[in-house]
Ligand binder design. Structure first.
Ligand SMILES: Cc1cc2nc3c(=O)[nH]c(=O)nc-3n(C[C@H](O)[C@H](O)[C@H](O)COP(=O)(O)OP(=O)(O)OC[C@H]3O[C@@H](n4cnc5c(N)ncnc54)[C@H](O)[C@@H]3O)c2cc1C
Length: 396
């Protein structure tokens, strides 16, 4: 018998056999999140996107909490304690539905909850994390300001002492979940350096007007945070960190989820293009039978599944406690950049239908424009890698 007779069949949905890398518990997590997204997001998301809204976000958050997707890789305080690979798989399945839903989950778990879990006091953890894990309270993370994006070190938001209290003033911009958040993690300048504050959003002086007219991440709430002398008790500060390493540590965790998530948007677009190529006929035969279309599909598959392998590799390093921030930059830079290219190529295969919301491709492509910019732009991740490779810092 030839060796090839024993080979498993080629599976277009898993051409490299990456599923072999997954444990049964990983597959169970993936199936749960994929099933939830298929029921609760996919049938509606084109309409949400067209209207530029995310209706029922509080209910969606509670459901995401009930399947353990919020603060998923954190331990204790009602969190699921999942592995980094399982968290990554969840991000992939959510972003295969829409980057806006994955953003909701990333900001909740990897930014707001992670900040409290990693840098908070026991009282802060007990007060917020169980309600955030269940989705009862939505969190946001305010670092970016109107004049300070890639370089947050220059932030103007400041907190000054008034007796035992803190008084917080400033503006934050482009804040995911801002208008629906019950708690905001706000990073501000103090006399001792940059500190993080846990800010209940019902305090006087806090408001979060929603940013409209976005052409990307339309099924996601994005807001400005306005802090006009918000008075906070002494214990509102995150006690365990001072300086930019606080927010940057949270961002590294969230970027890790994006490494996976971007491949979800790419997979959805690739599958739409593959299906279309098999069924759409021109010149008397399926367009998938033309060599130029096959070259596009082959190149898309190569980048898609290379990106997934990279995500798995980084996930295993994170689970082993060996993942460096530069390696996360490597993954975010590659996977988001390639995911956009895959969506753009898929768009060409769908021809005119590629620009329609009847198909997911253009929605994913425009969403990924935000993903390319937030949590560190392409250029910043190139500079991080450039610095790591050369030992020379090009941006400070
Ligand atoms: C939909 C959406 C949601 C977001 N959610 C959040 C959130 O929840 N919380 C939050 O804090 N922020 C959030 N952001 C903000 C995001 O993190 C910033 O937009 C990002 O950090 C870039 O900052 P900027 O837009 O001010 O661009 P800038 O920093 O002004 O950059 C503009 C351009 O200049 C380039 N550039 C800057 N410096 C250099 C350099 N040294 N060398 C070469 N090129 C350089 C950049 O790469 C970019 O191409 C969100 C953004 C979007 C679009």
């Amino acid at each position: 018998m030839s060796a090839s007779a024993k080979l498993p069949p080629f599976d277009p949905a898993d051409p490299l056999g990456i599923d072999d890398l997954l444990e049964p518990e990983d597959l169970a997590v993936r199936d749960t999140v994929r099933g939830w997204a298929a029921d609760r997001v996919l049938p509606y998301v084109a309409e949400w996107y067209e209207k530029g809204e995310l209706p029922g976000i509080r209910e969606l958050a509670r459901e995401l909490g009930s399947i353990g997707a919020l603060g998923m890789s954190l331990t204790g305080y009602g969190c699921a304690g999942a592995s980094a690979v399982q968290y990554g798989l969840a991000c992939l399945e959510l972003e295969a539905a829409d980057s806006g839903i994955r953003s909701l989950v990333s900001v909740q778990g990897s930014l707001a909850m992670y900040a409290i879990h990693r840098f908070g006091s026991e009282e802060q953890k007990n007060a917020w994390l169980p309600r955030m894990a269940s989705g009862e309270v939505i969190g946001c993370f305010g670092l970016t300001e109107p004049d300070h994006g890639s370089d947050p070190a220059g932030m103007r938001t400041f907190a000054k002492r008034d007796g035992d209290d803190w008084v917080l003033s400033g503006r934050k911009m482009w804040i995911t979940n801002g208008s629906v958040a019950g708690v905001a993690i706000v990073w501000a300048r103090t006399e001792d350096g940059i500190r993080g504050f846990v800010v209940p959003t019902d305090l006087p002086g806090f408001s979060a007007p929603e940013i409209k007219h976005k052409w990307s991440l339309r099924a996601s709430v994005t807001s400005e945070l306005v802090l006009d002398d918000v008075r906070l008790p002494a214990d509102a500060v995150l006690p365990e960190v001072t300086g930019l390493r606080g927010p940057l540590g949270c961002l590294s965790h969230a970027r890790y989820g994006i490494v996976w998530g971007a491949m979800g948007a790419a997979r959805s677009s690739f599958e739409a293009a593959l299906d279309y190529a098999r069924t759409r006929e021109q010149f008397g035969r399926p367009i998938g039978g033309f060599q130029l279309t096959q070259a596009k599909l082959a190149d898309m598959a190569v980048e898609l599944y290379k990106g997934m392998l990279l995500a798995h590799h980084l996930g295993r390093r994170m689970d082993a406690g060996r993942l460096r921030p530069e390696q996360v930059s490597f993954g975010k830079l590659n996977n988001v950049r390639e995911a956009i290219e895959i969506c753009r190529t898929a768009r060409t295969i769908l021809g005119a239908n590629g620009i329609s919301l009847e198909y997911p491709v253009m929605r994913h492509a425009t969403n990924l424009e935000s993903v390319l910019t937030y949590e560190g732009t392409v250029e910043m991740h190139q500079l991080v890698l450039g610095k790591a490779l050369t030992g020379l810092d090009a941006f400070r």
